[in-house]
Design a protein around this ligand. Structure first.
Ligand SMILES: NC(=O)c1ccc[n+]([C@@H]2O[C@H](COP(=O)([O-])OP(=O)(O)OC[C@H]3O[C@@H](n4cnc5c(N)ncnc54)[C@H](OP(=O)(O)O)[C@@H]3O)[C@@H](O)[C@H]2O)c1
Length: 297
């Protein structure tokens, strides 16, 4: 079921090929508006539009009721996108993200859908299309983390992690490949753990490494359509996914491992996604794994 909310009163790549964004090179992208930009307006060979009609472009962010996804939904809305928010369980949080976007003058809907179910993923995209008429940006962000030494990991934890991270993101990326309009962007959330390779992270890291391959291969498969596909690999971001099960001392210790001596915040990652989703500047980053971890790797 699709959920719209009444308007508010005040409503007006492979690791060896990784591409670490240089902030100076992309600074101009940060201010690029997402409104009504034609696919042919981006750098590269022009192509007649089979893209969005004039008006706001549309973004769908899976797992955007909290954490990195919620920050991304808010940021893309602030950039001018109409946004579809998604949760698996926390309906109240998803509704709150939508209300916040609307209160700031944006447009959003939310839809509960478990990405590990391919029918639910189709329903999620259908709801987006019904509300907004099409899709320009997909961020495959929904993910879970189960940690244990390999000898202790249960079948249940392993299988659920693969169902959500490996299979679920595939279902989302497949639907994105079918539906994203010319000139669009597709981003899959990988992780810097693919480089750190710490004990207890083996199966989780494997499920995240898959995102690098999804993005790199899909970028090639969508040739000629001016759609850029990338994996974004955060590290040490202050969300429950990262902090749950760790003591305050352990968390502080992780923060000290970064050159900036702090954890990343969801908004740090949302800002990089915003750069990659700029319809005017970000498109030449394509088929890459972009690391955003404060320099910990
Ligand atoms: N935090 C980090 O340090 C870090 C580092 C590297 C990569 N990442 C990746 O970044 C992504 C977001 O992580 P996060 O830290 O923001 O996690 P988080 O705070 O735990 O939020 C997870 C989000 O995903 C949703 N979700 C979980 N399972 C789902 C499912 N089966 N179907 C649909 N939605 C589902 C949750 O919805 P509900 O609220 O309904 O449960 C929630 O919105 C993940 O893919 C993660 O692997 C995170």
């Amino acid at each position: 079921m699709t959920h719209t909310l009444p308007p508010q009163d005040n409503n007006p790549a492979l690791p060896s090929r990784r591409n670490i964004l240089k902030s100076a090179a992309l600074a101009t992208a940060a201010s690029a508006a997402a409104f009504g930009m034609h696919a042919a307006a981006q750098t590269g060979a022009p192509r007649p539009a089979a893209s969005a009609p004039a008006g706001r472009k549309v973004a769908l962010v899976t797992g955007s009721s909290r954490g990195i996804g919620a920050a991304t939904a808010r940021r893309l809305a602030a950039d001018g996108f109409r946004v579809t928010v998604n949760c698996v369980a926390n309906r109240d949080l998803a509704a709150a993200v939508v209300r916040e976007i609307q209160a700031a003058g944006g447009e959003a809907i939310w839809e509960q859908a478990d990405v590990s179910d391919p029918r639910a993923v189709r329903r999620l995209f259908d709801a987006n299309d019904k509300a907004f008429g099409g899709i320009d940006v997909v961020v495959s962000n929904a993910g879970i983390m189960r940690l244990a030494p390999m000898r202790d990991m249960t079948d249940e934890d392993f299988n659920r992690m693969m169902d959500v991270n490996l299979k679920g993101s595939f279902y989302v990326m497949r639907e994105a490949a079918r539906r994203v309009r010319d000139g669009g962007r597709i981003i899959a959330l990988s992780s810097s753990i693919t480089q750190l390779r710490s004990p207890t992270y083996g199966p989780y890291a494997a499920s995240k490494a898959a995102q690098d391959f999804y993005a790199n291969v899909l970028a090639k498969e969508l040739e000629g359509r001016m759609i850029s596909v990338n994996a974004l690999a955060p590290g040490l971001v202050n969300t429950t996914l990262f902090t749950d099960g760790k003591t305050p001392a352990q968390i502080a210790g992780f923060a000290q491992r970064t050159p900036h001596k702090r954890l990343g915040e969801p908004a740090d990652i949302a800002g990089v996604i915003s750069l990659l989703c700029s319809t005017t500047e970000g498109g030449w980053v394509n088929g890459q794994t972009v690391f955003a971890n404060g320099g910990v790797v």
